[in-house]
Design a protein around this ligand. Sequence first.
Ligand code: SAH
Length: 257
Amino acid sequence: MSKIYLIGAGPGAADLLTLRAAKILADEAEIVLADDLVSAEILALVRPAARVLKVGKRGGKAPGRPHTPQDFIHRLMVRYARRGRTVVRLKGGDPCVFGRGGEEVEALAAAGLEAEVVPGLTAGIAVPAAAGIPVTHRAYTHGVTLVTGTAGDGCGEPNWAALAQSGTTLVIYMGLARLLNIVARLIAAGLPPDTPAAAIASGTLAAQRQVKGRLADLPALVAAEGLASPAIVVVGEVAALARVESLDLPAGRALAA
Ligand code: SAH
């Protein structure tokens, strides 16, 4: 009997994988379709007899790296499942948070197949936590909004003006490439330029690096420190709690001890 799993690999560190995910990778997987964000450490947990196919999508932006179209991934999953294989679609973070898990479940359903989703720790919550930022904190915010920093991908530009007014912590995925633009829009919509903000790259991995400062200065800080994708951007009072040298935080905003 074939089986299809959509598994979240968590933010990076292998020991942040769920026990369920680790068990399926080690005991059941026959074909693993893995995203770029899945670390070598995690792929090492896959049973040796399994076939691992890298189907990363960042290749389109990184010269020389292959780019796998989404519908090809759907076809691969369907093909192997119909051959009776146990197929694992392995994605960074949670498969259903900016991970196209929803699209993949729909594509499989259209082919008469059902997938079991195994949730993972999403980067937008786990990575700030690993850097000292609680995305909610009763003293500073009543909520958190997870949003993509990319425009396009079928759903247009996020409503930055509404987000600026939301009073929630903003956690921005895929935000580095357009950071200047996003920061300008948030400030134009009324978010004070001295709102605390942070960016964390390669969170939970040995290579984790982070910066924090005023929202208006964040693009310059990111550039000065050479932070690169994958990175999470956090905007809001809680960002001041990031464990990093405080850079130009105005008095009264430096909440960290
Ligand atoms: N499904 C994933 C998100 C995929 S979108 C999840 O739930 O986490 C890819 C984006 O996730 C990256 O551009 C980056 O913004 C974020 N991301 C994933 N892993 C990360 C990490 N280890 N450190 C910082 N950001 C990360």
